[in-house]
Design a protein around this ligand. Structure first.
Ligand SMILES: O=P(O)(O)OC[C@H]1O[C@](O)(CO)[C@@H](O)[C@@H]1O
Length: 498
């Protein structure tokens, strides 16, 4: 019987009844690894579904594919590349791990040089990058860099000049270092913002603004062409994908902001998760179980989105980060062999921060017509030293939401009744520290990979972003594209003087 036949023959039991049927359900459907506890028990997983998904993993050659990923083999066939983010954490092909270590040493030397005053007195690091070259550093700094008393880090991505101008108002050009983060060193937004930042420094009378640039890139030759001195380039391997790149030199602002020791702890946390993903049996493997939940709700229940709520201000940028990771990785419509897929692929990832989101979007989660699997992330330790009542209330709210989504509540008045049986996963971490955040991010990366294996798609390319770039260039005069009437009218209204 095919996977889909088995899935449609599967009798879904109500979530609460699953707990009645199995006194060990919580233990059976949870995973704990060094300060990170994953509770999958409030999802419709049972022994039968686990066995259906295990068979699909086997049919998709999961073990071979996971082995290829860690061995640095080509797992991104459309671009003929390996995907070696794990090598940055010490797991992978021996040569790639050695190369990653050597490049980390180079990065560390640069961090120490900045700290030792090699660039004069530096108070600010202006990091310019977009997508994977910004979202990871932003998340890390927002989560972990709040107490940072050294160099302050500002990250700018948008080509809308308002973003850069806002930062210019806050920082002193004479005490600023610019990190230009771009894997390809061709991205329009990043290069235009860098030009404007150089211009801003020149106008302020800073001597040799170009000498204040550090390039973080997998295309060092392009950075040199652009005028960056080779000694100020921190390269990384082309086999590290943009959205998987915070572990290499793209993480430079975090290494500056948190110090080298903090950056290494981040890598250690991810390394712990790499080991877990490689070694834990499938029914106790957190990224694998999460992918089973994702695909159960996507394929069997038609859930078009999944929602992530960080019940912790420090993780408020996690949904933004995950949107790129998950949607750019698995928002595809072709199989690994190039033929079209005839089932839904990645759901939309969205989310926010609790408790705010409860007062804004949770209505739909509780009573809307769609089943949206929810993920809660919460920390045992607060990120502040105000009265403990704040943290107690935060945790109570988080746990209450998961319980309410599942239990529901009947009422004679339909408008006031909650159907319940709505799934959620809760991740409880000991604290939001570099080790734990490293482990969490690596968990999401491997979950993406496990989903891609189940879907039989390539998670490591992103051709879907290219057409829009080409058309924007054509509008700017580089290229010949005939635009539709609606677009022409918009251009005319926006650009014509009268
Ligand atoms: O690091 P780069 O090469 O500037 O690319 C930035 C981002 O742009 C994308 O290529 C999408 O346009 C992402 O995959 C990438 O993270």
């Amino acid at each position: 019987m095919s996977f889909f036949d088995r899935l449609s023959n599967h009798n879904e039991t109500k979530l609460l009844s699953l707990f009645d049927q199995d006194a060990q359900r919580v233990e059976n459907f949870s995973v704990i690894e060094k300060g990170v506890y994953f509770d999958f028990s409030k999802n419709t997983l049972d022994a039968d579904l686990i066995s259906i998904f295990k068979d699909l993993f086997e049919q998709r050659n999961f073990e071979q594919r996971r082995g290829d990923l860690f061995a640095g083999k080509i797992v991104n066939p459309t671009e003929g590349r390996a995907a070696e983010h794990s090598a940055e954490r010490g797991h992978g092909n021996v040569d790639s791990v050695a190369m990653a270590k050597a490049l980390h040493l180079r990065m560390r030397a640069m961090v120490e040089a900045v700290e030792a005053g090699a660039f004069g007195e530096i108070d600010h690091l202006l990091h310019i990058g977009i997508g994977g070259s910004a979202l990871g550093p932003k998340l890390l700094m927002d989560a972990l860099g709040r107490e940072n008393e050294g160099i302050d880090v500002h990250i700018v991505s948008n080509i809308d000049g308002a973003a850069l101008q806002e930062i210019f108002k806050k920082i002193d050009p004479a005490k600023t270092l610019i990190a230009v983060a771009s894997k390809t060193f061709t991205t329009t937004e990043t290069l235009m913002n860098t030009q404007s930042a150089l211009h801003w420094m020149e106008q302020a009378g800073v001597a040799d603004p170009m000498g204040r640039i550090i390039a973080l890139t997998a295309a060092p030759d392009k950075a040199v062409e652009w005028g960056v001195d080779e000694s100020r380039i921190l390269p990384f391997s082309e086999t590290v994908g943009g959205r998987y790149s915070l572990w290499c030199s793209i993480g430079f602002p975090a290494a500056i902001g948190l110090g080298w020791a903090g950056f290494e702890e981040l890598l250690e946390g991810a390394s712990m998760m790499d080991r877990h993903f490689q070694n834990a049996p499938l029914h106790k493997n957190a990224p694998v179980l999460a992918a089973m939940v994702d695909q159960y709700y996507r394929q069997a229940r038609g859930s078009g989105s999944r929602a992530v709520f960080a019940y912790d201000e420090r993780l408020r940028l996690l949904p933004d980060y995950l949107q790129q990771l998950e949607m750019e990785s698995n928002g595809k419509s072709v199989h690994v062999d190039g033929t079209f897929v005839d089932y839904p692929t990645a759901a939309v990832t969205w989310g926010g921060v609790g408790t705010d989101a409860q007062h804004a979007v949770f209505q739909l989660l509780h009573q809307g017509s769609d089943i949206i699997p929810v993920e809660f992330i919460v920390s045992k330790t607060p990120g502040h030293d105000l009265d403990a009542a704040h943290h107690e209330a935060l945790l109570n709210n988080c746990f209450a939401q998961g319980a309410a989504l599942m239990a529901g509540e009947a009422n004679e008045d339909n408008a006031r009744s909650y159907a319940g049986n709505r799934p959620s996963t809760t991740i409880l971490v000991d604290d939001v520290d570099p080790f734990t955040l490293g482990a969490l991010i690596a968990y999401y990366e491997h979950r993406c990979f496990a989903n891609a294996v189940l879907l039989d798609i390539n998670p490591f390319d992103q051709f879907g972003v290219e057409l829009g770039k080409k058309m924007a260039k054509a509008m700017g005069g580089e290229g010949d594209v005939k635009f539709d009437a609606s677009t022409q009218k918009l251009m005319q209204l926006a650009f014509d003087e009268d």
